[in-house]
Design a protein. Structure first.
Length: 488
C-alpha cells in the first residue's frame, strides 16, 4: 500500500501553513483563481507575466513553479473555466500528486479550487489527490521511487467532502493493490482475510465458507471450477446492516477468480500473467465495503465473493461435464474457460434465494469480447431493470467512469439453453460473447430482483494513464460509481 493517507482542511491563511509547496490554479483563458491572484500580487506579478509570455497556458495538467525566500509555489493548469467540473477537479488533484511525487515532495498545501460552493467538488479533489499518489511497489526490494506523498492540507475546503473523497479513494487503492498482487499473493484466502479485516473494523458480519461447506451448501458450479486447484476456494459473505431492519438490502457480487489459466480449455501462454487480474470484480466489492465500513451509511448492503483459481489438475472439470448450481439448475460445461459465469451462478442464486433484495449488482472480468467491443475506456453493462440501468448511467456521468449498455433480449437468452442440461456456459459460437455471459447470469438472478451486470474485463486494468490513474495495472474503476449509486 502506498498512497496519500492524510487530506485535511485548514481555514488558516496560506502564509501560515508549513507545507513545502503551495499549489494554486490557472484556467485556460489564463485567468488565475482567487488565491492565484493573491500569490501573483505577493510575487510582484511574475505569474501573470509568465502567462502573458505564453509560458503558462492553463492547459489541464500543465504546471510551472515560482519561488520567494520562504515558499515554493506551483501554478497548476485547470483547463477551460466553463468546463471546470468535478472530473476536471479530480484530474487536477491527480496531476498535483504526480508532480509532488516526481519532485520528491512529501507535504503540500493546495487551494480549494471550487471555492467550496459544492461539497462534491471537494470530494473529487481529495479523490484525485489520493488516487494520483498511488504506487504499487510492494514487491520491489530497495525501490528507488522516492518518498511517498504523506499529507495534503486544503485551504478553506469542505472537511466532510475531503474526508469522504479520501475514504472512497482508499477503497479504490485497496482494489488496485489486490488486483496488482500476483496470484500467489492475492489468493482466495487473502481475499477472505481482507473481508474479515474490513468486517472487524465496524459492525459487519463476515462469513467464510471453505471447500467442504461450499460443496455441502450445494454450490456445485463454484466447487466444480475449484476442483482443479489445490488452492483453497472461499465463498465470502459480508453483511453490513447500517439501515433499518425493514430496509431491503442491496447485493454486490464480485468475481474473485484469483488466477484464470482457462482450465482444461487452456488459454494461450502470451499474456496469461494478466489473468491474475481476474479477481478485480471482487476487489470492487471489497473496496466499496471498506468505504462503507468507514462512512457508515444508513443502508443494508451484502457483499458476496465466490473465489477460486481456475487451473488444470487431475480432478479438474472437463468440457462436457454437467454441474448443478445452488438454485438447482444444471449447467453443461462446454468450455472450462467460461468459468467466471459458473462461480457467479452460485453467488447470484445464493443472494437472491436468501435475501429479499432491493437490487443486485455484479462485477466481473467476464469476457474478452467486451474488450473487443469497448476497449479499455468503458465498462459493459446489461440487466433486467431499465430504471436501475438508467440510475447506473447517471452515476457513471457523476463519477466519470464510463459505461455502455448491451441488450439482453430474448433471442440472446435462448442461446444459453443446453440440449442435455438446463443451460450451457457458452452462447452461439464467437458472436455476441459479452451478451452471452450476461444471458447466462440472468438464469441465476431470477425475475424478481432488479439486477445489473458489469463486465469490467476492459476497464479493470490496462487503461491509458489518466491524471489520477495508475501508470499501469489495476484501475479500481467502478467503485466510485457504486458508491454514488448507493447514495453513500
Ligand atoms: N477472465 C476471462 C475473460 C477475460 C479475457 C478478461 C481476456 C480479460 C481479458 C474469462 O474467464 C474468459 O476466459 N472468458 C472467455 C469466455 C469464452 C470461453 C466464452 C473469453 O472471453 O474468451
Ligand atoms: Mn476464463
Ligand atoms: Zn476468468
Amino acid at each position: 500500500m502506498s498512497y496519500l493517507q492524510r487530506v485535511t482542511n485548514t481555514d488558516r491563511p496560506w502564509s501560515e501553513t508549513n507545507a513545502r509547496l503551495l499549489v494554486v490554479g490557472i484556467f485556460e483563458n489564463q485567468s488565475l483563481t482567487s488565491l492565484g491572484q493573491e500569490i501573483d500580487l505577493h510575487l510582484g506579478g511574475v505569474i501573470k507575466k509568465a502567462a502573458s509570455l505564453g509560458d503558462l497556458t492553463g492547459k489541464p495538467g500543465e504546471s510551472r513553479t515560482f519561488y520567494d525566500d520562504d515558499h515554493v509555489f506551483l501554478v497548476m493548469g485547470l483547463g477551460p473555466r466553463d468546463q471546470f467540473n468535478s472530473e476536471a477537479i479530480r484530474k487536477a488533484g491527480g496531476s498535483i500528486s504526480k508532480v509532488a511525487l516526481a519532485s520528491k515532495i512529501t507535504t503540500l498545501a493546495v487551494e480549494c479550487f471550487c471555492a467550496c460552493s459544492e461539497k462534491s467538488e471537494c470530494q473529487a479533489l481529495a479523490e484525485g489527490l489520493v488516487l494520483g499518489s498511488y504506487r504499487f511497489n510492494e514487491h520491489r526490494t530497495g525501490n528507488d521511487d522516492g518518498p511517498d506523498l504523506e499529507a495534503v492540507t486544503v485551504l478553506s475546503g469542505d472537511e466532510t467532502g475531503l474526508t469522504k473523497g479520501a475514504v472512497i479513494a482508499a477503497g479504490v487503492c485497496l482494489a488496485r493493490d489486490l488486483g496488482n498482487h500476483p496470484g500467489n499473493v492475492a489468493t482466495p484466502t487473502r481475499l477472505a482475510k481482507e473481508a474479515l479485516r474490513i468486517g472487524g473494523s465496524c459492525d459487519m458480519k463476515v462469513t467464510i465458507l471453505d471447500r467442504e461447506e461450499i460443496v455441502e451448501q450445494g454450490m456445485g458450479a463454484l466447487a466444480g471450477v475449484a476442483q482443479g486447484s489445490d488452492e483453497p476456494p472461499k465463498f465470502i459473505v459480508m453483511d453490513y446492516n447500517g439501515g433499518a431492519a425493514d430496509l431491503k438490502p442491496i447485493a454486490l457480487v464480485g468475481k474473485g477468480l484469483t488466477f484464470d489459466s482457462g482450465g482444461i480449455s487452456i488459454k494461450p501462454s502470451a499474456q496469461m500473467d494478466e489473468m491474475k487480474f481476474d479477481m478485480c470484480g471482487s476487489a470492487i466489492v471489497l473496496g466499496v465495503m471498506q468505504a462503507i465500513s468507514v462512512l457508515k451509511p444508513a443502508l443494508n448492503v451484502i457483499g458476496v465473493i465466490p473465489s477460486t483459481e481456475n487451473l488444470l489438475g487431475a480432478k479438474a472439470c472437463k468440457p462436457g461435464d454437467i454441474l448443478k448450481a445452488y438454485n438447482g439448475k444444471t449447467i453443461e460445461i462446454l468450455n472450462t474457460d467460461a468459468e467466471g459465469r459458473l462461480i457467479l451462478a452460485d453467488a447470484l442464486s445464493y443472494v437472491t434465494a436468501n435475501y429479499e433484495l432491493d437490487y443486485a449488482l455484479d462485477f466481473a472480468t467476464l469476457t474478452g469480447a467486451v474488450l473487443i467491443a469497448l476497449g479499455h475506456h468503458t465498462t459493459g453493462i446489461m440487466g433486467t431493470d431499465e430504471d436501475l440501468i438508467r440510475r447506473v448511467k447517471e452515476s457513471s456521468v457523476n463519477t466519470g467512469e464510463k459505461v455502455w449498455g448491451f441488450p439482453l433480449w430474448d433471442e440472446y437468452c435462448e442461446e444459453v439453453k443446453s440440449k442435455i442440461a438446463d443451460v450451457k456456459n457458452l452462447g452461439e459460437g464467437r458472436n455476441s460473447g459479452t451478451i452471452a455471459g450476461g444471458a447466462f447470469l440472468k438464469e441465476f438472478v431470477g425475475n424478481d430482483t432488479p439486477w445489473v451486470h458489469f463486465d469490467i474485463a476492459g476497464s479493470a486494468w490496462g487503461e491509458k494513464e489518466k491524471p489520477y490513474g495508475p501508470k499501469a495495472g489495476a484501475t479500481g474503476n467502478i467503485i466510485r460509481l457504486v458508491i454514488d449509486l448507493l447514495g453513500v
